[in-house]
Ligand binder design. Structure first.
Ligand code: GLU
Length: 479
C-alpha cells in the first residue's frame, strides 16, 4: 500500500502547537513509510477562514521544517488542495448519494428544527432529526427545488453499530442510534466538515488519518459515508490531547499556543519538534533528545501514548537548551550576534575569543538571549548588590587580594597584553593561597569579588582569561 497522509488545518488563526504536532506525526509517518505527506486547507468555514492565516500557517510549517509533498502551494495530482476550490467535487459526490437515495433533500427550516428539538427534549425523546423529509415523493422534491425552495442535503443514516480499530485507542465501537440523519451539504452548497473530509480523503487516496483525539466522535459519521460510497476507510490514529497542568485542554490561558509566538521568542524549530514529538510518542531507545529528521523508520504509529500529554514549558525550555548546545559553534556565534544590541563589545572580539566564550556560556543557556546577562562577566564594571558579594567585599582578606591583583594586572598591561592566560591566572590564585595564606571561601570568593565584581559565575580560570585586561584594571580601581 502506498502511504498517503495529510495535515488538514482550518485557516482560522495561526498554527497551533497541537496542529504542529499533528503535522509532524503525519510528516514523519510518510517519511518512515516512503509515502507522501499532503497539506490540505479546510476553509469551508467561510466566516472564520482567512487567506492570511493559510499563508501564515504555511510559513510556520516551513519554519518548523516540515515540508509537504502536495498542497495548495506545492501542487500535486490530487488538487485542488483548498476545500473552497473543490465545491464542484462535493456537488458531484452529493449527487451520487442523492441518486442512490442514500441522501435526500430536506426543506425543514432552522426554526422548525429548533421547535422540534425543543419538544423532543422536553418529552425525553431522541434528539435526532425526526425524518419529516426522509420519504418525500420525488415529484414533490423536484417541484420544490424548481420553485427555488431552500434545502440542505441529509444523509440517510443506517441504523446499525459501527466499529473500527484505531492505532492509538484500539477497538472503538459506536452503538447504533448515536446519530440521526445528518446534514452533509448546506443550503448555500458549502459541505459540512464530516462530508468534505470523507470526499477529500477518499479522492486524495489518503491511506492513514492521524489526527487529534477530539475528532474521534466524527469518525462515526465518516465511516458511514465511506460505506455509502463503497470506499475502504483509511486507517485511523487519534492522538492524545495536549492539556495544561490543570488537565484542561491546552488554550491561551496556559501560555503561548501558537507556533508563531515561539518563533518570535527565538525557540529552535528542532527543539520544538523534539519536544512536541515526545508529547504523545516515545522513542524506542528511551532517549529524550534527538533530531526528529533522523528518526527514519524508527517512527511508527504504534508507539503513540494513550494518555493526554501535559504541556510543560520548563521541559521545552530545557530541550531548547540541549539543542542549542548541539549547534555548530560558528552558527551559535552568528545566532548570538543577532540577539545582541548593536555595537555590543562581544561583536568586536576576535573569532577565537568568541569560540571560547560561547563554548563556556552555552552550558548556562537555554536561549540565545540567555548570553546577554552572562556577558556582563567580561565587559561590565557594575558592582553587584547581591548579599554574597557584599559579604565577600567586607572580609579583611579581600583588600589584600585586591592590592596584589592590581599590581599583577598593571604588570600584564604594561607588557602589552590584552588578556592573561589560564596559566597566568592560576599563578595569581596560587600566590594568594601560598604567599598571602588566604584559603577556601576567602580565596575563591575574594578573587571573584575583586576581578568580576560579582559573587557567582563560571569557573574563574575560564572567565578571567576571557576578560580584557583593561576591564580587570577598571574593576580593580572601582572596587
Ligand atoms: N480541519 C480539521 C481541523 O482543523 C481537520 C480534521 C481532520 O484531520 O480530519 O481540526
Amino acid at each position: 500500500m502506498t502511504v498517503r497522509v495529510r495535515f488538514a488545518p482550518s485557516p482560522t488563526g495561526y498554527l497551533h502547537i497541537g496542529g504542529a504536532r499533528t503535522a509532524m506525526y503525519n510528516y514523519l509517518f510518510a517519511k518512515a513509510m516512503g509515502g507522501k505527506y499532503i497539506l490540505r486547507i479546510e476553509d469551508t468555514d467561510t466566516e472564520r477562514s482567512e487567506r492570511q492565516y493559510e499563508t501564515a500557517q504555511i510559513e510556520d510549517l516551513k519554519w518548523l521544517n516540515l515540508p509537504h509533498d502536495e498542497g495548495p502551494d506545492a501542487g500535486g495530482d490530487y488538487g485542488p488542495y483548498r476545500q473552497s476550490e473543490r465545491l464542484h467535487i462535493y456537488k458531484a459526490w452529493t449527487d451520487k448519494l442523492l441518486t442512490q437515495r442514500k441522501a435526500y433533500h430536506c426543506f425543514c427550516t432552522e426554526e422548525e428544527l429548533a421547535a422540534k428539538k425543543e419538544i423532543a427534549t422536553a418529552a425525553k425523546l431522541s434528539p435526532h432529526y425526526d425524518g419529516t423529509c426522509r420519504n418525500l415523493v420525488e415529484s414533490d422534491v423536484t417541484a420544490r427545488l424548481a420553485a427555488g425552495a431552500s434545502s440542505v442535503v441529509r444523509f440517510r443514516t443506517p441504523m446499525k453499530a459501527y466499529e473500527f480499530t484505531d492505532h492509538v485507542r484500539g477497538k472503538v465501537v459506536f452503538p447504533e442510534d448515536m446519530v440521526g440523519d445528518f446534514v452533509i451539504m448546506r443550503a448555500n452548497h458549502i459541505p459540512v466538515y464530516n462530508f468534505a473530509v470523507v470526499v477529500d480523503d477518499a479522492s486524495m487516496k489518503i491511506s492513514h488519518v492521524i489526527r487529534a483525539e477530539e475528532h474521534l466522535p466524527n469518525t462515526l459519521r465518516q465511516l458511514m459515508l465511506y460505506e455509502a460510497y463503497g470506499e475502504t476507510p483509511p486507517e485511523f490514529a487519534h492522538v492524545s490531547l495536549l492539556i495544561g497542568e490543570d488537565r484542561q485542554k491546552l488554550s491561551k490561558r496556559h501560555g503561548a499556543t501558537s507556533v508563531r509566538l515561539y518563533k518570535e521568542q527565538n525557540y529552535l524549530p528542532s527543539a520544538m519538534l523534539n519536544y512536541l514529538l515526545l508529547l504523545g510518542w516515545s522513542h524506542p531507545d528511551e532517549t529524550d533528545i534527538f533530531d526528529i529528521h533522523k528518526l527514519g523508520t524508527m517512527f511508527n504509529i504504534d508507539r503513540f501514548t494513550k494518555s493526554a500529554a501535559i504541556y510543560d514549558i520548563v521541559k521545552l525550555n530545557h530541550i531548547n537548551g540541549e539543542h542549542l548546545r548541539l549547534l555548530p559553534t560558528d552558527l551559535l556565534i552568528a545566532e548570538v550576534e543577532k540577539v545582541l544590541p548593536a555595537g555590543h563589545p562581544f561583536t568586536k572580539m576576535d573569532h577565537d575569543w568568541k569560540v571560547r566564550c560561547v563554548t563556556l556560556s552555552k552550558e548556562k543557556m537555554n536561549f540565545f538571549t540567555d548570553i546577554i546577562p552572562l556577558l556582563t562577566l567580561y565587559f561590565d564594571c557594575e558592582v553587584s548588590i547581591e548579599a554574597d558579594y557584599v559579604e565577600a567585599r567586607g572580609w579583611e582578606t579581600t583588600p589584600q587580594i585586591q592590592a596584589y591583583l592590581k599590581g599583577e594586572v598593571e604588570k600584564a598591561k604594561a607588557s602589552g597584553k590584552k588578556f592573561v592566560t589560564e596559566a597566568e591566572y592560576n599563578e595569581w590564585s596560587n600566590h594568594v593561597k601560598g604567599e598571602l595564606k588566604i584559603k577556601g571561601k576567602q580565596l575563591f570568593m575574594g578573587i571573584r569579588a575583586a576581578l568580576t565584581l560579582q559573587a557567582h559565575g563560571s569557573d574563574l580560570k575560564f572567565i578571567i582569561p576571557l576578560t580584557p585586561i583593561e576591564v580587570l584594571e577598571k574593576r580593580l580601581k572601582i572596587s
